[in-house]
Design a protein around this ligand. Structure first.
Ligand code: SAM
Length: 290
């Protein structure tokens, strides 16, 4: 952090609001290609390491992905440590399945990613997140639209669905629809949990999408909460996931001791933070209740 950016070097810029953006120095462009679904570009930054964008939006940086992937996986595992059968939709960089594979008790993980190129490029340039793909016998990779996959899936079989998707535009749009949430509800068993990308609340356009997603989930699941975490490379630096369930409450049903018995070392997540993450700022509570 104490390095001053080299004046005049190549920069990556992403606009988050009028007059507000994130700029990263680029020390190397590792790959850039147009897949059947999106433009995929991998860069290196001298401080945050490798980062990649899809259609010009940052998906992850090596420097802060630990926060995102800890928070998309461990809260659900602490609420139901018996989770055995998991579906991940999206998540082509592999960070989510990497965290899931740390639980010896999980028996089966299916990852349905629409774009195989994201996976292959991540294996090449982001081995720190993609390390379990093709390397863990419990994990099956399917290259298909998650919307189609869930529509055709069996009822009441899954313990956990994680939607690690892009924003609600392009191929990710359907993953924020009521029909999709209905199919997730059907595919989950009675203790099933759905974790999904929930955008951010600070900028009005992100807040609009967050509320839209939350309203739809609330109309489908009896328990539908939102939790936040610090994410330096995303707009506003703070991001949210949704926790939806048929029976389990994310705070009162936490099995702290059982989770701690897994003995996992986590850089962001811990049991105290779990409870705090579900306590929302007043403006977010207001946005979601209006
Ligand atoms: N951490 C990221 C974020 O929130 O910015 C998300 C990362 S992950 C790379 C998102 C993945 O979702 C992408 O690889 C994209 O190809 C995949 N995706 C988008 N729409 C999809 C769909 N309908 N079915 C399955 N995967 C999808």
């Amino acid at each position: 952090m104490d390095q001053k950016p080299a004046f005049g070097c190549l920069k990556y810029s992403e606009q988050h609001a009028p007059g507000v953006g994130l700029t990263l120095d680029i020390s190397e462009i590792l790959a850039s290609e147009q897949s059947a679904y999106q433009r995929i570009t991998f860069y290196r930054n001298p401080y945050l390491g490798v980062f990649f964008t899809l259609d010009g939006y940052i998906q992850l940086t090596e420097g802060d992905e630990f926060a995102y992937h800890d928070m998309i996986v461990h809260p659900a595992m602490a609420v139901n440590p018996q989770i055995k059968n998991v579906l991940v939709i999206g998540g082509g960089d592999g960070g989510t399945v990497r965290e899931l594979c740390r639980y010896p008790t999980i028996e089966k993980i299916i990852m349905v990613e629409i774009d195989e190129r994201v996976v292959r490029l991540s294996q090449k340039f982001l081995p720190s997140t993609a390390c379990v793909i093709d390397n863990d016998s419990r994990l099956t990779n399917i290259y298909e639209d998650g919307l189609t996959y869930i529509k055709n899936s069996a009822s009441a079989q899954l313990d956990l669905i994680i939607v690690d998707s892009t924003d609600p535009i392009g191929s990710g749009e359907g993953l924020f629809s009521r029909e999709f949430y209905h199919n997730c509800h059907r595919a989950l068993n009675k203790n099933g949990i759905l974790i999904n990308q929930h955008e951010s609340a600070f900028y009005p356009w992100d807040g609009y999408e967050m509320k839209r997603a939350n309203d739809k989930i609330k109309s489908v699941f009896p328990i539908a909460k939102v939790y936040g975490f610090n994410m330096p490379s995303y707009a506003s630096g703070y991001w949210y996931f949704g926790f939806a369930a048929k029976n389990l409450d994310p705070v009162s049903d936490i099995k702290a001791e059982q989770w701690q018995n897994f003995g996992l070392e986590t850089k962001y997540y811990n049991i105290e933070l779990h409870k705090a993450a579900f306590a929302l700022p007043s403006y977010v509570k207001k946005l979601l209740s209006e």
